[in-house]
Design a protein around this ligand. Structure first.
Ligand SMILES: [Zn+2]
Length: 127
């Protein structure tokens, strides 16, 4: 199972990290996919203390799911960049992409949109 996950080999961690999962009361922007989190949607709100600075991060539920599926550890706001790097490096041996069973429709949709974009980039190189 875990060999499908991406190992970022992180050697430094936030000193403090707390997360909660509120329901949005106004529109927020997901720090991963940059899509809007709509009022009424559940999202993840994380506060971190890293090298003396507090930072806050908002993540939509689809990105949270994808992060939990593909990463054991992660940098905030790096999911899609990291997945794209993996995709570029390992294509067409993207065995990890089989690990979509059990993801919500929302998460699969998000992954499909990103993948189509990356495939289009590839197609341009082949032309
Ligand atoms: Zn998102």
């Amino acid at each position: 199972m875990s060999n499908c996950k991406i190992d970022l080999q992180l050697d430094d961690y936030a000193t403090f990290c707390r997360d909660c999962h509120p329901i949005a009361r106004k529109v927020h922007t997901c720090g991963e996919c940059m899509d809007k989190i709509q009022p009424g949607d559940k999202y993840e709100y994380v506060v971190m203390l890293y090298e003396g600075d507090f930072t806050t991060h908002k993540t939509c539920s689809a990105c949270q799911e994808i992060r939990d599926r593909f990463f054991d550890q992660y940098y905030m706001e790096m999911i899609w960049e990291t997945l794209k790097d993996e995709f570029d490096e390992r294509f067409p041996h993207i065995g990890w992409i089989c690990r979509i069973e059990g993801l919500s429709e929302q998460a699969i949709e998000k992954l499909s949109v990103k993948l189509s974009g990356w495939l289009e980039d590839k197609a341009e190189w082949w032309d």
